[in-house]
Design a protein around this ligand. Structure first.
Ligand code: F6P
Length: 547
């Protein structure tokens, strides 16, 4: 076990970093670039189809060296080793965190590949039109019913990859997602679908999440009504439901037949689970070969993270840059801005990955921390965000770190040739906007003309730091590398901060209180004793409902 180390803020290296930040605070990115033509070369890294440029961060060589020393002082090498040796790194749940193990080759991880094999058999039956509904129809629509990690990862990746060609000779079903607890998505999706040709994936690591179980129950009733069968009918369950979970017992209790159960394990955290059978919607989109490519890309990033010195290590450097921004430059928010619309759901995925992992204020030893941890993360497709919140990035009062993502190659054989030239032009336009925005944020009005004399309301002060990530292309392989990069970045930050990124106790108590509140809503008289706001709101709703 890696020895615990507290007292981060009283360490020498921490004070040196604080001093460095104080010394550098008057530096402007425009001056840093003007003074050093090689800045990009020194502050950018490339690996596995990804280029990470952090030269537009407010960082100097001296600051960078100190951050690397901080990583050493926090025993980063031992922690990475502990993660990849399957040690218990999630102490509050007494578990290892072996999501990386899902990307290991078959000879190293036979158990994992056994489940992948079962998933492949199901995926291929669906894609070949051999999986039949209870009345003999081929499946045209698959609905993933899940929430959190059982929704955000598969949704993001399936959406990102859906413009690639369907696997040759196979018919890709339409894949839908239903997560929202209030039934708004499931009711909408069901309105459009035919029960005879619809298959549901009930995805839940715990198989206790009420959001998912209620959506699954609604789907089950809908199927039973539409097919004229009992909701407990064995063939209805066999032909229309696949379960994906770490709890075979609970899947069986709910009604998933054993042949339709895909398993993963306690040592895979929900938000790290898209590499397991939870990723089935991705496999239905790109085929099993594509899914295995995504695993291979992630595995490549695992190897990179384990082997490269910190200065050459993309996830480590991205983590250290974030620590610099958050803890030394006092930048408490990061905007994720993909300039490729296929990455539309990446911000929501990262919101969970980063904020559920590192939104912690207690150290691994159980003591309150006296420094900031995870910033607020939000985002939007970049060009759309330009017309929404970029005003604040350019002229607001907050310092905000931005993360730009763009793809080098895009439209190829996957579009009709008549529109190829136009679409290539649109891709170039989007990339030009990405470069323009990161340049303007960094340099301010000096990006256009240093001699401009502008009225105050037209000025751009710049010096807003950003990182740009360029993907060679948005293939399953490169997407796999990108996502594994983020996972490791989150882990490295947690090591620096001395917190556990693999639990999520902060989401538990709300679930308990919600059970009480359901009672209050059914019987508003039982609200007496609650705080006046909750009591009045429950009463107000009851009045409006005529109760
Ligand atoms: O409530 C938070 C959470 O536990 C997430 O960590 C998880 O991804 C999500 O709920 C869904 O959990 P499950 O896959 O067990 O339904």
């Amino acid at each position: 076990m890696v020895p615990e180390q507290d007292f981060l803020t009283i360490s020498t290296i921490w004070s040196q970093l604080a001093q460095r930040a104080e010394q550098d605070k008057s530096l402007h990115l425009a001056d840093l670039f003007a003074a050093d033509k090689t800045r990009f070369d020194r502050f950018s890294l490339e690996c596995s189809g990804l280029l990470a440029d952090f030269s537009k961060q407010r960082l100097t060589d001296e600051g960078c060296d100190l951050l690397v020393k901080l990583a050493d002082e926090r025993n980063l090498a031992s922690w990475i080793n502990a993660l990849f040796s399957g040690e218990v790194v999630n102490s509050t749940e007494d578990r290892s965190a072996k999501h990386w193990f899902l990307r290991e080759p078959a000879d190293k991880a036979p158990l994992v590949h056994e489940q992948l094999g079962s998933m492949a058999a199901m995926v291929n039956r669906i894609l070949h039109g051999h999986w039949r509904g209870v009345l003999g129809d081929a499946i045209t629509d698959v609905v993933n019913v899940g929430v959190g990690g059982s929704d955000l990862g598969p949704l993001m990746a399936a959406f990102a990859l859906q413009s690639s060609l369907p696997p040759e000779g196979l018919t890709r079903p339409r894949v839908h997602f239903a997560s929202s607890m209030d039934g708004s998505q499931v009711s909408q999706v069901l309105q459009e679908l035919n029960p005879r040709t619809t298959l549901f994936l009930v995805s839940s690591k715990s198989f206790t999440t009420v959001d998912t179980l209620h959506n699954a129950n609604t789907a089950r009733r809908w199927l039973a009504r539409g097919l004229g069968l009992s909701p407990d009918d064995d063939s209805l369950l066999r032909c229309h439901f696949i379960g994906i979970s770490a709890s075979p017992e609970r899947m069986t209790d709910w009604g998933i037949v054993s042949e339709n159960q895909l398993l993963f394990w306690d040592w895979v955290g929900g938000r790290y689970s898209l590499w397991s059978a939870i990723g089935m919607p991705i496999a239905l989109t790109v085929g099993m070969e594509g899914f295995r490519e995504m695993l291979a890309g992630a595995h490549e990033m695992d190897q990179h993270c384990r082997s490269q010195p910190w200065e050459q290590n993309i996830p480590v450097m991205l983590a250290l840059v974030d620590v610099w921004n958050i803890n030394f430059l006092d930048i408490r928010a990061r905007a994720v801005l993909p300039y490729d619309g296929r990455l539309k759901h990446l911000p929501a995925y990262l919101e969970q990955l980063e904020m559920e992992s590192n939104g912690k204020s207690v150290s691994r030893a159980g003591d309150p921390v006296d420094y900031d941890t995870c910033p607020v993360i939000w985002g939007e497709v970049g060009p759309n965000a330009q017309h929404a919140f970029f005003q604040l990035l350019h002229q607001g009062t907050q310092a905000i770190a931005c993360e730009f993502l763009m793809t080098a190659r895009r439209y190829t054989e996957d579009v009709h040739s008549e529109s190829l030239a136009e679409l290539e032009g649109q891709h170039a336009l989007s990339n030009a906007n990405c470069l323009a925005q990161s340049r303007l944020l960094a340099l301010g009005e000096r990006a256009l003309d240093p001699s401009l004399a502008l009225p105050s309301y037209k000025r751009y002060h710049g010096n807003q730091p950003s990182t740009t990530l360029v993907l060679d292309e948005l293939s399953p392989r490169v997407l796999g590398s990108l996502l594994a990069m983020y996972e490791h970045k989150v882990f490295v930050q947690a090591v620096i901060w001395g917190i556990n990124p693999f639990d999520q106790w902060g989401v538990e108590m709300g679930k308990v209180i919600a059970t009480d509140m359901l009672e209050v809503l059914t019987d508003p008289d039982s609200a007496a004793g609650l705080d006046s706001s909750s009591m009045a709101l429950a009463q107000h709703i009851a009045n409006k409902q005529g109760k």
